[in-house]
Design a binder for this molecule. Structure first.
Ligand code: IMP
Length: 424
């Protein structure tokens, strides 16, 4: 029996979908615990590719039951579209897919607010995905949110939506000078999706407590990454949930004492989408080459990702934040044709060298990264069928990451396919 948390150890897009898909074959349950359709978890198998935004990445490998936990914010239309897509891929969701009645709902006004607030921030915009994530969590914390179970309670639902829209229309018209939202349009739009989603809504917390009591294997699938965490990330350039390990317990109802381990997913280099500090970002041809080799374009928004070298100061911080006892190192093949590979070991801040990740707002704005250089391997990692078959230069690079972070790279991903995964 094991309850594993799979966490992005960088700014998201580390390849969590592929790793969760791989580990799911031995799981009984796979649970999403935070975020929403801002995530884009890409899975490739049997020559097919699908990007999941809400449904856990365990849906295609094995028979694990897949749960959207209470900590997720759900756009009902996006979920219905995704159910259709997954079913078209040949996966039957009946008796395999469950949605927490306590998960909060994203309604059209959350998306409008997201976009309007971004616009009003001008050059200080967060660079959100525009999926309504922040405003939905605001409704939740302000205790006016609508939860999935409320969707099945017609009269009460209508009252809540009308009350919220009245409030939001005041902000939209008076503060933002935007047109009012039509509440009837929202209510009418909800009816067909409610019928589709009803069968999946249940008490997933109890389901997970029973699973733990009967010794089942559970995977908690994080979305986004540790450095986008609302508390521990590069605030305010963060998402509005807690991707870090603590968030997995809150967002699923699984107690901390039931967690057996936490696996951090990190690329062999780094990327970031949206705005905010990024010490190892490259603005030159090397950054461009990483983007091209790694096809670094957002799975949800299609935006080009910012690219740079691996930042070990930030990675060690993520290891400490989450108690990562293992790392999965992904997209190693992207570095195959580089003559030299650099890795950031320290920051220089105001003339002082440090290996401590600073948490104060703005502290990362003027960081000078200090690098250590490794030789490239001028061959294809994808040819290796086991860890031992990897070029020696790759092993040297991996050993250094392990020594620095104190966490073992137990999974190495050498390509996008399910089979391009080396387990040590
Ligand atoms: P939001 O989550 O849409 O509010 O966006 C907040 C920040 O998180 C922005 O910088 C987004 O680009 C970033 N973000 C949100 N979801 C993801 C993700 O799945 N991968 C990478 N970045 C993300």
């Amino acid at each position: 029996m094991a309850t594993k948390i799979i966490i992005g150890a960088q700014w998201g897009d580390e390849g969590k979908g592929k790793i969760v898909d791989h580990l799911s074959k031995d799981a009984d349950f796979v649970v999403r615990y935070q975020g929403g359709a801002n995530a884009g978890h890409t899975i490739k198998f049997d020559g097919k590719e699908i990007v999941l935004h809400l449904i856990p990445s365990g849906i295609f490998n094995g028979s694990a039951k897949c749960i959207i936990g209470n900590g997720v914010v759900i756009d009902p239309n996006a979920l219905v579209d995704e159910i259709d897509e997954v079913e078209a891929f040949g996966s039957d969701l009946k008796d395999r897919f469950y949605v927490s009645g306590s998960a909060h709902v994203i309604l059209p006004y959350h998306k409008i607010l997201d976009q309007v607030r971004e616009k009003s921030r001008g050059k200080d915009a967060i660079g959100t995905t525009g999926r309504g994530i922040g405003p939905a969590y605001v409704s939740k914390v302000a205790r006016v949110g609508i939860r999935m179970a409320d969707l099945t309670n017609g009269a009460a639902l209508e009252k809540m939506v009308r009350s919220n829209v009245t409030e939001i229309n005041k902000a939209l018209t008076h503060v933002h000078k935007e047109p009012e939202i039509d509440v009837d349009e929202i209510l009418n739009g909800l009816n067909p999706v409610i019928e589709r989603l009803k069968p999946y809504i249940c008490n997933t917390t109890n389901m997970l407590h029973q699973a733990i009591a009967s010794g089942k294997n559970i995977i908690l699938e994080g979305a986004q990454g540790s450095l986008l965490d609302i508390d521990h990330g590069t605030y305010p350039y963060v998402t509005s949930s807690s991707p870090t390990a603590g968030g997995a317990c809150v967002g699923s109802g699984i107690p901390p004492t039931s967690i057996t381990n936490a696996i951090g997913i990190t690329k062999a280099y780094s990327t970031r989408v949206g705005n905010g500090p990024y010490p190892t970002e490259l603005f030159d041809g090397t950054g461009e080459k990483l983007r091209k080799n790694g096809a670094e374009f957002g799975a949800t928004t299609g935006r080009p990702r910012r690219c740079g070298w691996l930042d070990l100061v930030a990675l060690k911080y993520a290891v400490n934040l989450n108690g990562l006892d293992q790392l999965a190192l992904t997209k190693l093949d992207v570095l195959d044709d580089f003559d030299e590979i650099q890795v950031c070991t320290h920051y220089e801040i105001n003339g002082k060298k440090t290996d401590v990740y600073p948490v104060e707002t703005g502290a990362l704005d003027h960081v000078k990264p200090i690098y250590r250089t490794f030789g490239g391997w001028s061959s294809s990692c994808r040819d290796a069928k086991s860890y031992d078959q990897l070029p020696n230069e790759v092993k040297t690079y991996i050993s250094f990451i392990e020594e620095y972070t104190g966490s073992r790279c137990s999974i190495i991903s050498t390509g996008p396919g399910r089979t391009e995964t080396l387990i040590r």
